[in-house]
Design a protein around this ligand. Structure first.
Ligand SMILES: [Zn+2]
Length: 228
Protein backbone atom coordinates (compact mmCIF):
# COMPACT_ATOMS: atom_id res chain seq x y z
CA UNK A 1 0.00 0.00 0.00
CA UNK A 2 1.22 3.49 -0.80
CA UNK A 3 0.12 6.74 0.83
CA UNK A 4 0.60 10.25 -0.58
CA UNK A 5 -0.58 13.78 0.14
CA UNK A 6 -1.20 14.83 -3.48
CA UNK A 7 -1.64 13.27 -6.91
CA UNK A 8 1.86 12.35 -8.23
CA UNK A 9 3.60 11.98 -4.81
CA UNK A 10 3.23 8.20 -4.66
CA UNK A 11 4.24 7.77 -8.30
CA UNK A 12 7.40 9.87 -7.91
CA UNK A 13 8.37 8.38 -4.54
CA UNK A 14 7.64 4.71 -5.03
CA UNK A 15 6.03 4.28 -8.47
CA UNK A 16 8.79 1.93 -9.61
CA UNK A 17 8.47 -0.25 -6.52
CA UNK A 18 4.70 -0.45 -7.03
CA UNK A 19 5.13 -1.36 -10.71
CA UNK A 20 7.70 -4.04 -9.87
CA UNK A 21 5.54 -5.49 -7.06
CA UNK A 22 2.45 -5.45 -9.23
CA UNK A 23 4.31 -7.33 -11.99
CA UNK A 24 5.12 -10.01 -9.41
CA UNK A 25 1.43 -10.41 -8.60
CA UNK A 26 1.23 -8.42 -5.36
CA UNK A 27 -1.94 -6.50 -4.64
CA UNK A 28 -1.46 -2.73 -4.70
CA UNK A 29 -3.55 -0.16 -2.84
CA UNK A 30 -3.10 3.59 -3.09
CA UNK A 31 -4.34 6.33 -0.75
CA UNK A 32 -4.11 10.01 -1.75
CA UNK A 33 -5.20 12.61 0.83
CA UNK A 34 -6.09 15.51 -1.52
CA UNK A 35 -6.92 16.23 -5.15
CA UNK A 36 -4.02 18.69 -5.38
CA UNK A 37 -6.28 21.61 -6.30
CA UNK A 38 -3.60 24.22 -5.52
CA UNK A 39 -1.51 23.03 -8.45
CA UNK A 40 -4.16 22.51 -11.08
CA UNK A 41 -7.71 21.52 -11.88
CA UNK A 42 -8.67 18.91 -9.26
CA UNK A 43 -10.92 17.04 -11.69
CA UNK A 44 -8.03 16.61 -14.13
CA UNK A 45 -5.60 15.73 -11.34
CA UNK A 46 -7.98 13.10 -9.99
CA UNK A 47 -8.39 11.68 -13.47
CA UNK A 48 -4.61 11.51 -13.94
CA UNK A 49 -4.29 9.71 -10.60
CA UNK A 50 -6.91 7.15 -11.64
CA UNK A 51 -5.01 6.53 -14.86
CA UNK A 52 -1.69 5.98 -13.07
CA UNK A 53 -3.36 3.62 -10.58
CA UNK A 54 -4.70 1.70 -13.55
CA UNK A 55 -1.27 1.50 -15.19
CA UNK A 56 0.23 0.29 -11.91
CA UNK A 57 -2.52 -2.34 -11.75
CA UNK A 58 -3.76 -1.17 -8.35
CA UNK A 59 -6.68 -3.07 -6.84
CA UNK A 60 -8.05 0.04 -5.20
CA UNK A 61 -7.40 3.79 -5.17
CA UNK A 62 -8.79 5.98 -2.39
CA UNK A 63 -8.72 9.73 -2.97
CA UNK A 64 -9.77 11.43 0.26
CA UNK A 65 -11.41 14.81 0.46
CA UNK A 66 -8.84 16.85 2.38
CA UNK A 67 -7.90 20.34 1.20
CA UNK A 68 -4.57 20.79 -0.55
CA UNK A 69 -1.97 22.70 1.56
CA UNK A 70 -4.17 22.48 4.66
CA UNK A 71 -3.22 19.01 5.87
CA UNK A 72 -2.53 18.65 9.55
CA UNK A 73 -1.47 15.73 11.66
CA UNK A 74 -4.75 15.31 13.48
CA UNK A 75 -7.34 12.69 14.33
CA UNK A 76 -9.26 13.27 11.12
CA UNK A 77 -6.31 12.53 8.83
CA UNK A 78 -5.12 9.60 10.97
CA UNK A 79 -8.64 8.10 11.00
CA UNK A 80 -9.01 8.51 7.25
CA UNK A 81 -5.71 6.71 6.54
CA UNK A 82 -6.41 4.11 9.20
CA UNK A 83 -9.82 3.22 7.79
CA UNK A 84 -8.17 2.38 4.45
CA UNK A 85 -5.41 0.44 6.23
CA UNK A 86 -8.04 -1.64 8.07
CA UNK A 87 -9.86 -2.25 4.82
CA UNK A 88 -6.89 -3.51 2.83
CA UNK A 89 -4.66 -4.94 5.61
CA UNK A 90 -1.32 -4.22 3.94
CA UNK A 91 1.89 -6.05 4.79
CA UNK A 92 4.06 -3.23 3.52
CA UNK A 93 3.27 0.49 3.45
CA UNK A 94 5.18 3.23 1.63
CA UNK A 95 4.58 6.81 2.71
CA UNK A 96 6.25 10.25 2.81
CA UNK A 97 9.32 10.84 4.92
CA UNK A 98 8.84 13.28 7.79
CA UNK A 99 12.14 14.84 6.63
CA UNK A 100 10.21 16.81 4.02
CA UNK A 101 9.88 20.57 3.79
CA UNK A 102 6.32 20.45 2.44
CA UNK A 103 4.02 20.58 5.45
CA UNK A 104 1.34 18.47 3.70
CA UNK A 105 3.94 15.73 3.17
CA UNK A 106 5.05 16.00 6.79
CA UNK A 107 1.45 15.79 8.02
CA UNK A 108 0.85 12.62 6.01
CA UNK A 109 4.16 11.09 7.12
CA UNK A 110 3.44 11.63 10.80
CA UNK A 111 -0.21 10.56 10.53
CA UNK A 112 0.71 7.42 8.60
CA UNK A 113 3.10 6.25 11.33
CA UNK A 114 0.19 6.26 13.75
CA UNK A 115 -2.40 4.92 11.30
CA UNK A 116 -0.05 2.06 10.34
CA UNK A 117 1.00 1.07 13.86
CA UNK A 118 -0.21 -2.52 13.31
CA UNK A 119 1.41 -2.85 9.88
CA UNK A 120 4.64 -4.89 10.06
CA UNK A 121 6.65 -2.95 7.48
CA UNK A 122 6.65 0.82 6.97
CA UNK A 123 9.00 2.57 4.55
CA UNK A 124 9.29 6.29 3.81
CA UNK A 125 9.95 7.56 0.29
CA UNK A 126 11.57 10.78 -0.83
CA UNK A 127 9.90 13.66 -2.64
CA UNK A 128 11.60 16.55 -4.44
CA UNK A 129 10.92 18.62 -1.30
CA UNK A 130 12.59 16.09 1.02
CA UNK A 131 15.63 17.35 2.92
CA UNK A 132 18.04 15.41 5.13
CA UNK A 133 16.63 12.22 3.62
CA UNK A 134 18.78 9.31 4.79
CA UNK A 135 17.85 6.09 3.00
CA UNK A 136 18.48 2.70 4.56
CA UNK A 137 16.52 0.53 2.12
CA UNK A 138 16.62 0.33 -1.67
CA UNK A 139 14.30 -1.32 -4.17
CA UNK A 140 15.72 -2.38 -7.53
CA UNK A 141 13.51 -0.79 -10.22
CA UNK A 142 15.85 -1.48 -13.17
CA UNK A 143 13.25 -3.51 -15.07
CA UNK A 144 10.53 -0.88 -14.71
CA UNK A 145 12.36 2.45 -15.03
CA UNK A 146 10.88 3.09 -18.52
CA UNK A 147 7.43 2.24 -17.23
CA UNK A 148 7.93 4.64 -14.31
CA UNK A 149 8.62 7.41 -16.84
CA UNK A 150 5.43 6.49 -18.70
CA UNK A 151 3.60 6.65 -15.40
CA UNK A 152 4.85 10.17 -14.75
CA UNK A 153 3.95 11.20 -18.33
CA UNK A 154 0.32 10.73 -17.35
CA UNK A 155 0.59 13.80 -15.11
CA UNK A 156 0.22 16.02 -18.16
CA UNK A 157 -1.27 18.87 -16.10
CA UNK A 158 2.02 19.09 -14.16
CA UNK A 159 4.30 18.87 -17.20
CA UNK A 160 6.02 22.20 -16.48
CA UNK A 161 7.25 21.03 -13.09
CA UNK A 162 11.01 20.77 -12.86
CA UNK A 163 10.89 17.72 -10.58
CA UNK A 164 9.01 15.71 -13.21
CA UNK A 165 11.74 16.11 -15.81
CA UNK A 166 12.84 12.73 -17.06
CA UNK A 167 16.55 13.39 -16.54
CA UNK A 168 15.86 14.28 -12.90
CA UNK A 169 13.86 11.09 -12.31
CA UNK A 170 16.34 8.83 -14.09
CA UNK A 171 19.36 10.59 -12.55
CA UNK A 172 18.05 10.15 -9.02
CA UNK A 173 17.22 6.48 -9.65
CA UNK A 174 20.74 5.95 -11.01
CA UNK A 175 22.31 7.71 -8.05
CA UNK A 176 20.27 5.69 -5.55
CA UNK A 177 21.28 2.49 -7.37
CA UNK A 178 24.93 3.56 -7.11
CA UNK A 179 24.52 4.03 -3.36
CA UNK A 180 23.62 0.35 -2.98
CA UNK A 181 27.06 -0.60 -4.43
CA UNK A 182 25.31 -3.66 -5.86
CA UNK A 183 26.42 -3.82 -9.46
CA UNK A 184 23.31 -5.53 -10.84
CA UNK A 185 21.08 -2.70 -9.62
CA UNK A 186 21.04 -0.02 -12.31
CA UNK A 187 18.08 2.01 -11.05
CA UNK A 188 16.64 2.10 -7.55
CA UNK A 189 14.14 3.83 -5.33
CA UNK A 190 15.36 4.64 -1.84
CA UNK A 191 13.51 4.52 1.48
CA UNK A 192 13.98 5.42 5.08
CA UNK A 193 12.93 2.58 7.32
CA UNK A 194 10.28 3.39 9.87
CA UNK A 195 9.64 -0.24 10.81
CA UNK A 196 10.67 -3.61 9.43
CA UNK A 197 9.62 -6.99 10.79
CA UNK A 198 11.22 -10.11 9.40
CA UNK A 199 10.09 -13.69 9.52
CA UNK A 200 12.28 -16.48 10.80
CA UNK A 201 13.40 -16.94 7.20
CA UNK A 202 14.48 -13.28 7.24
CA UNK A 203 11.93 -12.24 4.61
CA UNK A 204 9.66 -9.26 5.21
CA UNK A 205 6.97 -10.30 7.63
CA UNK A 206 3.43 -10.80 6.33
CA UNK A 207 0.54 -11.11 8.75
CA UNK A 208 -0.79 -14.65 8.19
CA UNK A 209 -4.50 -14.81 7.45
CA UNK A 210 -5.11 -17.25 10.30
CA UNK A 211 -3.63 -14.74 12.79
CA UNK A 212 -6.06 -12.10 11.64
CA UNK A 213 -8.96 -14.52 11.95
CA UNK A 214 -7.84 -15.45 15.45
CA UNK A 215 -7.76 -11.78 16.37
CA UNK A 216 -11.30 -11.35 15.03
CA UNK A 217 -12.59 -14.32 17.01
CA UNK A 218 -11.33 -12.69 20.22
CA UNK A 219 -13.47 -9.64 19.59
CA UNK A 220 -16.61 -9.38 21.75
CA UNK A 221 -18.50 -7.89 18.84
CA UNK A 222 -18.57 -10.22 15.88
CA UNK A 223 -16.70 -8.88 12.87
CA UNK A 224 -15.01 -6.06 14.74
CA UNK A 225 -11.45 -6.04 15.84
CA UNK A 226 -10.47 -4.92 19.33
CA UNK A 227 -7.66 -2.40 19.27
CA UNK A 228 -6.05 -0.19 21.87
ZN1 LIG B 1 3.01 16.43 -2.84
Amino acid sequence: MAIGAHPDDVEIGCGGSLLASSALGHEIYIYVATRGEKSGNPVIREDETRKTAELIGAQKLRIADFRDTLLKRDGELIDSIESFVKEVEPHIVFTHTANDQHHDHQAVALSAVEACRFVPNLFCYESPSAKNFQPQAFVDISSVISKKLKLLDIFWSQRGKQYLRKNAIVGLAEYRAFQTRVEQIKYAEAFEVSKVCMSEALSLFSVPVFARELELSKSPISGERVEQ
